[in-house]
Design a protein around this ligand. Structure first.
Ligand code: FE2
Ligand code: FE2
Length: 285
């Protein structure tokens, strides 16, 4: 390594294969290293509805493997809808590449996500291939309606989640994040301590405004999302939630209202990471 080489933090991550999480519904996971023995999910989803839906498009970092995974599930020519939860780079990152391959797809977005994305030409959304829908509305994918809602935790103002009334699957976007140990996708299969601690950290990092929330007002919003009655929850950065993990996740975010933020890793963690990289104990790419 020369002194001009960037010091990066990208050791190898396990290969993540698509996971069938409900009828017609596939999680398309990718993993990013996030500390010793733990990984951050960067997930998207595919719904093989009568009119197939791609839910978010992942990060540029995973472009080739993401396109391979999605096109192994659905012929891109058949993709009818691309639902964009919000315009952050890890959700919009492969939108243009997908739309190039999916000429019959319409993007489900909103005014502000289109406006924000337009500031970067590589990410701009095609106005003539888009519909703008807000929370509380829905769209028809042929054999089901998909309902838009505002997930309880979010880091971008354009964020909308999605609820599939036919399967009971909810896409929670940036809500309910937690680290994993590798190619482990279900919350029930993760070490409870890792799930507890990383859920607290990630959800606080994503929405630090939780410290100023009124528990009553916020709790009613969380209640409304929970009342949709999801039986499976998938998200951009968390494991799949089922059974008691669903009520548990809503309870956890409800309890964040008015509580102090969880302190993020600080300079000492960065110093240690750089020292390990320079010593060659963490492989850089
Ligand atoms: Fe985000
Ligand atoms: Fe995200």
């Amino acid at each position: 390594m020369s002194t001009n080489d960037p010091v990066t933090t990208q050791p190898a991550a396990p290969t993540a294969e698509p996971q069938r999480i409900a009828p017609d519904t596939w999680l398309v996971p990718n993993l990013v290293p996030s500390g010793p023995g733990q990984f951050l999910f960067v997930n998207t989803m595919v719904i093989l509805a009568e009119e197939p839906v791609v839910v978010d498009t992942g990060a540029p970092l995973h472009r080739e493997q993401w396109l391979d995974a999605v096109t192994s599930l659905v012929d891109p020519e058949d993709v009818r809808w691309v639902f964009l939860s919000h315009d952050d780079g890890d959700h919009i990152g492969n939108m243009a590449a997908l739309l190039d391959r999916a000429p019959n797809a319409t993007v489900v977005a909103n005014f502000f996500s289109a406006e924000r994305a337009s500031l970067e030409p590589d990410r701009a959304l095609p106005l003539d291939r888009m519909v703008w829908l807000e929370e509380g509305s829905s769209f028809d994918a042929g054999d089901r309606r998909l309902h838009l809602m505002r997930p309880p935790i979010f880091d971008g103002p354009t964020t909308r989640g999605l609820y599939d009334e036919r399967t009971g699957v909810m896409w929670a976007a940036d809500s309910f994040g937690a680290f994993t140990t590798g190619a482990v996708y279900d919350a029930a299969d993760l070490p409870p301590d890792l799930y507890d601690e990383s859920f607290r950290l990630i959800n606080s990092l994503v929405s630090p405004w939780h410290q100023w929330l009124d528990a009553g007002v916020y709790g009613r919003h969380v209640d409304r999302v929970e009342a949709l009655g999801a039986t499976t929850i998938a998200s951009g950065h968390g494991p799949v939630l089922r059974g008691p993990f669903i009520a548990g996740a809503f309870d956890r975010v409800r309890a964040m209202a008015g509580q102090p933020i969880v302190p993020p890793p600080g300079q000492e963690v960065l110093d240690e990471l750089v020292a390990q990289l320079l010593a060659g104990t963490v492989p850089a790419t």
